[in-house]
Design a binder for this molecule. Structure first.
Ligand SMILES: [Zn+2]
Length: 394
């Protein structure tokens, strides 16, 4: 499937994603492979919207009629006039699939729904934009996904190359689902599960605001994107939205997919151990396994620098969790960060449990399975622990 778009006079090539992160347009076309061409028009429109939303200022005209409900949801969420309007909306399907990246959060989400099929997004080169990130091994991740034993559909796309900055990245986080949306009719999808965890959904982590965000515009079911996906009959579900990365790490490493877990995009036969993401995940894994930090990086290494500056920063709750639990942390590159925190096991124990509203917001037909899994494998937060979430960063 080819997507080509033209800007209107009022549109701009520097825009903002829903989390206010600035993104800059590089080119106006991309393609998505491995998808049928007969999806409901709302699915085409939503897939396109995940790619072009940041640059749209007043209106968007799709190449086919969409439902009035979808147009209304775009208007309500973004203040954008969308059309033409002229078809009935898509009824929701009954299958929940997992948007599977192979990282620990994604594997943990998959573990919660052992029968769920996987949809994997694989980056491929763009015909007109040079790939300066060949060390990001999307082929390795795709290969690992085939070895999970799950029903798997791999979608290929160069849509990330529509961005000049930041690269590589998605215009909106939701663009990773563009191919899944186009497959939704074929797979009878009613929901798509993402591996976003407590920090991303509720604590304003990643490239976001750093405080408690019940109305998170990207991931709350009642937020702009949650509403829009639901109108297209594909609910956004965050199976692990109530648990921290310590819990997703533990669940992933205990699961039967543990040998397929790969959060690093660089290594070919294992994580590279030297990138920023590997360092962050090693901090979490060492804390979960209660062993000394094992990294070749030092306080002088480039990936270490952001953790040595003053907080706050994304993933701060997990830094506190790690500082409180890793034996000998004061003799590692994180020694400086100890100056900023007084984290203890007790003060960070809320990160071992599940925030109940995260399960409550899963649509009814998939909720009980998630709740039973949490009860059996994690446990819910106490009132005091819930309070820690709801006052985070405030
Ligand atoms: Zn790495």
């Amino acid at each position: 499937m080819e997507l080509t778009f033209r800007l209107d006079p009022e549109d701009e090539i520097t825009g903002k994603a829903s989390d206010d992160y600035p993104v800059k347009l590089a080119t106006n076309s991309c393609s998505i492979g491995g998808v049928p061409d007969d999806a409901h028009p709302d699915l085409f429109a939503l897939a396109a919207w995940t790619i072009v939303a940041p640059w749209t200022r007043k209106r968007i005209t799709f190449d086919r009629a969409i439902s009035p409900e979808l147009a209304q949801a775009i208007h309500d969420g973004w203040g954008i006039e969308a059309g033409p309007v002229g078809v009935e909306s898509r009824p929701a399907g009954s299958t929940l699939a997992i948007s599977y990246s192979g990282g620990a959060d994604s594997v943990a989400a998959a573990t919660m729904y052992p029968e769920a099929p996987f949809l994997h997004f694989r980056r491929v080169d763009h015909p007109r934009i040079p790939n300066r990130w060949t060390h990001y091994r999307s082929d390795v991740l795709a290969e690992l996904a085939t070895k999970t034993g799950r029903e798997l559909t791999t979608v290929t796309s160069d849509l990330e190359f529509t961005l000049a900055e930041p690269r590589p990245g998605y215009p909106e986080h939701h663009a990773v689902a563009a191919g899944a949306l186009l497959l939704a009719d074929r797979l009878n999808l009613g929901a798509l599960g993402f591996g976003y965890e407590l920090g991303s959904r509720w604590l304003g982590g990643d490239r976001y605001v750093g405080h408690y965000t019940p109305d998170n515009p990207m991931w709350a079911p009642h937020g702009a994107w949650g509403t829009l996906f639901a109108v297209a009959g594909v609910h956004i579900v965050l199976p692990v939205g109530g648990v921290s990365e310590a819990v997703t790490m533990r669940l992933a490493l205990q699961s039967d997919l543990k040998d397929k877990v790969r959060w690093c995009l660089r290594g070919t036969d294992g994580p590279c151990r030297t990138c920023g993401k590997c360092l962050y995940k090693e901090l979490i894994q060492a804390a979960v396994e209660r062993r000394p930090l094992n990294t070749p990086l030092t306080a002088q290494s480039k990936p270490a620098q952001k953790w040595l500056e003053q907080p706050p920063y994304g993933g701060q709750e997990m830094v506190e969790y790690g500082l409180a639990r890793i034996p000998g942390i004061e003799r590692t590159l994180f020694a400086k960060a100890l100056d900023y925190f007084e984290a203890t096991e007790e003060s960070t124990s809320w990160l071992d449990h599940c925030y109940p509203p995260a399960i409550d917001e899963i649509p009814a037909q998939w909720r009980d399975q998630a709740a039973a899994f949490i009860t059996a494998n994690v446990g819910f937060m106490t009132e005091a622990e819930i309070h820690r979430v709801e006052t985070w960063g405030l």
